[in-house]
Write a protein that binds this ligand. Sequence first.
Ligand code: UDP
Length: 170
Amino acid sequence: MALAYTSALLKLSGEALAGDRGVGLDPQVLDSLADELKQVHALGVRLSLVVGGGNIIRGATASREGLDRVSADYMGMLATVINSLALQGVLEQRGVETRVMTAIRMESIAEPYIRRRAMRHLEKGRLVIFAAGTSNPFFSTDTAGVLRALEVEAQVVYMEIGRASCRERV
Ligand code: UDP
């Protein structure tokens, strides 16, 4: 069967990892997501992911509750790293070689995002998770998803937003 797309970026909202809890991480949801991602990856699709952080903290909400907006946005970006590491864990448990690359440097946890290195990982068949959004406050992980998709020349971006989803050709 010919694939409609051979390279894709999937943007998952943080809430997608929280399941019915709405906040935090639901291990059962992580497991079923990892099973599905493994199947797609096994088809030979060059697959990359961007994960949000809304299941932990959203900058705009936290700033309305009194936190400094820029700090709150950095906290949101750190939340995406937590989610990315959780996804990496369940994917690697299933034998899917996965790299997390962060837009904000934190080398003891994950590789810094360097576009050419990301391309190389994808060429080698690794699944790449882009964490820490764009590294800029006042942006969202939806922006990061489209940005990374363009950078790594993905043919399509899938956005999973809560329980809805949409698809956009790049
Ligand atoms: N964020 C940011 N810059 C970015 C990406 C994310 O400041 O480039 C912050 C922002 O505070 C955002 C939070 O990280 O609310 C979590 O990301 P997002 O709200 O996009 O997550 P999602 O709604 O997809 O779970």
